[in-house]
Write a protein that binds this ligand. Sequence first.
Ligand code: UD1
Length: 466
Amino acid sequence: MSPAFGGCSANAVSAEGGLAPIAELRSQRFAIPRYKNQVDGAVMDKIVIDGGIRLKGNIEVSGAKNAALPILAATLLTDKKCVIKNVPNLRDVSTMLKILRSLGIRCWMSDHEVIIEPKTLKNCVASYKLVSTMRASICVLGPLLAKYKQARVSMPGGCIIGQRPVDLHIKGLKSLGAAIKIEHGYIVAAAKKLRGANIFLGGAYGSSVLATANVLMCACLAHGRTLIENAACEPEIVDLAVFLNKMGAKIKGQGTPSITVDGVKCLEGATHSVIPDRIEAGTHILASAITGGQLIVQKAKIEHLSALVDKLDQVGVKVKAYKNGDIHVKRKGKVLKPVDITTLPYPGFPTDMQAQMMSLLALGDGISVLTEKIFPDRFMHVSELNRMGADIFLEGASAIVKGVKRLSGAEVMASDLRASAALVLAGLVAKGRTEISRIYHLDRGYERIEEKLAKVGARIQRVKEI
Ligand code: UD1
């Protein structure tokens, strides 16, 4: 097996372009991001924002990245054609499609629809080159093992938001009967026969989303019944289970900490539309709140946003869903009240919203404490927000946020996906110009964010970095 993997070169900086004068920026059409080049690392763009505009209008949410990725991996469980709709056009999605292609599978994406014909699989190897660019690649491990009884998937390694162990993935798959060893940086898994088992999937920080996804997918083709306890309850896991059941799996209890899977002999092809992205929706809600605007967030599910909506109510931001599904966001008054938040697995406050919420609370009328219980080191955005005038200091896994009257535009650097979104939010309200570099992180998880925000009034532009 010698797959020909497409390479992701180092992040080269484009030599052309540069910052346009502000008047020119305002009059320019907003260019569509060049996802292909960004995937290849050939272009490193930056976002330029002139803050201070109250956002107003309708903004649409794309499909959920974190649901689409395991669902695309789950198509490995069948030989039959699958059609996945409402797939966001993101760098992480194209990385997952590259992985599927590197396994020999034919897949196409056009207009948010992915068609996959999995019967042409040629090997079971997910290389370091691809896995190292996106941790979610690990969710090909469970399906490959289930269907082909073997898998060789690169260890994802750590990342900027902290240690990212895979012990729960390995524990779960071993319980199903797989022999697993770590060899030359790869997780090498094999099984003669997979058998259902009772598996407790809790780790030091609670449940694991992708470990639940991996074990769930693998258990679908195992012999007999599997009970996953302390399973992740995230809506993305529910969406994956819905897709698997459409393929003929027998899963019950998704959305609760106890999931039961009765193994079946084979799975069929299926068509599925991915749920809306709750983290993107939450980010737009905060864009409205932080600018004192009045956004209507469309195509989102308010029921996936309860923890955020509750905290925003305490802060002084009204978030209301109407019968047609539209979510209206409006500040109750001028003052943003401070609030304490602890990130927790769903339905608790999502770690993926912590950075963006910090931008809002940086302008609160008092002290807020944000505590990370999922990724204790996920605070890379703090120093960048402080460069914009915020007053935040870290104490262990907590950020003490002393509200300030205003933020001021600055040159800042995006360190990871949600940190990038936090800087965009801060830039939208800051006085003057904010320039955010290394925004390839943003392109991993937000589809055309600058276009969507520009349409509701933001003075935001993507430009090539000099
Ligand atoms: C997923 C999401 C990510 C989100 C995270 C937590 C995707 C593609 N990504 O990541 O956006 O921030 O959930 O909601 O869905 N852990 C272990 N051992 C393991 C696996 C995880 O100890 O084997 C720990 C992690 O270090 C972390 C906690 O469990 O402290 C939760 O992580 P996990 O839910 O696994 O995150 P991901 O599934 O990788």
